[in-house]
Design a binder for this molecule. Sequence first.
Ligand SMILES: [Cu+2]
Length: 281
Amino acid sequence: MGRALAVIIWILTFLSVLIFACKKWWFPPSIVNHGPALDRQFMITILVVGFAFTAAQVGLGYMLWKYRDTNTGARAVYTHGSNKLEVLWTVITAAIFVGLAVMGQSVWASLRLNEAPPGSFQVEVVAQQFQWNFHYAGKDVLFGRTDPKLIDDSSLNFLGLDETDPNAKDDSVVTALAVPVNRPVELILRSKDVIHSFWVPQLRFKQDLVPGMAIRVHFTPNTVGKYELACAELCGQLHFKMKSYMLVLPEDEHKALVALPQAEFQARMKELLDKYPLPNY
Ligand SMILES: [Cu+2]
């Protein structure tokens, strides 16, 4: 029985490692400038914890095998363990964990702890149960005033955009995200009701949208295409339906799109969503 358990543990360990090593279920390729650094950091982390996991499980199997019931009548003995060893492996584990965190910090900081570069393309993202709204500033590059009192879903004013504000005249609110390629993009993330989470796997970050907050994130996409955008926070009964697309467009195509008035913007967006296929994973 002891031997069988040991072998089962080894087989399970081998299969678990295989799932990661074969890379069949891996991330889609990144499409942002910070992607390679983040992927490298992820790889280091998974190699370190993968090695620790394998060593621990192989050791566990070895102990099961060695100390199995052999019917020799030998008695179990009590041992208090070794304080020295306990301290040693706790210190080593702590050092590895803190080391990995410090290494990852620089990638994180470069993305999250500084402001978006000047000239970034800005989009206001307003989430609600259960849809994504994207607010574009239009030709004047100025967002129109919004007021929660003006929110009226029945007249499709999901954001409470103040139509009397001159800056709002050329604004568009549509249900998909379009950003230019090779230019910094800044998203201003808000929520109208509960916590949602903005997630495009190819962007290599996930960010909550929290009611009452305007959370800013920035990135520079480098590959033209259409990508799935999902809500990654269980936000209610129809959470699974809360999805959209992010289009990364060539500069001229993007420029022409965001200059369009609302209705034409929406129509052109539909055409573009049909034009670009989803990448196959
Ligand atoms: Cu949601």
